[in-house]
Design a binder for this molecule. Structure first.
Ligand code: SF4
Ligand code: SF4
Length: 104
C-alpha cells in the first residue's frame, strides 16, 4: 500500500491529521446492484446531538462511509446509502446513536 500515516504538520493536533489520512482510505458511498441502500434498509440510525461527544468514532467505523462528520462536530447520516448495519450505534462510546425501524 502506498499510504503511511505521518503527521502532515507537527504543530497541528494529531487527530486532524489522522482525519485527512483516513479520508484517503475510506470508501466512498455509491449505488450497489440493488440500488441505493436506503430503499431496502430495515433499520436506520438516529443521532442524538445532546448525547454526542463529537469524537468521530462512528465516522471512522462506518463500513459504508455514510456518516458525515464535521471535524469536532455532531455527525449526520447519508440515508441514501446507509445500509442500517448498526455498527455506528455499537461503537458510539456515548450511546448517542439508536437504531430504529424504518418508518417509525
Ligand atoms: S448503520 Fe451502518 S451504514 Fe448506516 S451509518 Fe451506521 S455504520 Fe454506517
Ligand atoms: S461515536 Fe457517538 S459520540 Fe462519537 S461522534 Fe459519533 S455519535 Fe457522537
Amino acid at each position: 500500500m502506498g499510504f503511511t500515516y505521518k503527521p502532515l504538520n507537527p504543530e497541528r493536533e494529531g487527530v486532524e491529521d489522522l482525519r485527512v489520512f483516513a479520508e484517503k482510505l475510506l470508501a466512498k458511498p455509491s449505488p450497489g446492484s440493488a440500488g441505493r441502500t436506503g430503499v431496502w434498509r430495515l433499520y436506520k440510525p438516529i443521532v442524538y446531538g445532546d448525547k454526542c461527544i463529537k469524537c468521530g468514532i462512528c465516522w471512522l467505523y462506518c463500513p459504508e462511509n455514510t456518516i458525515i462528520w464535521p471535524f469536532r462536530g455532531i455527525p449526520s447520516v447519508d440515508y441514501e446509502y446507509c445500509k442500517g448495519c448498526g455498527v455506528c450505534s455499537q461503537v458510539c462510546p456515548a450511546k448517542a446513536i439508536d437504531m430504529i425501524l424504518e418508518g417509525e
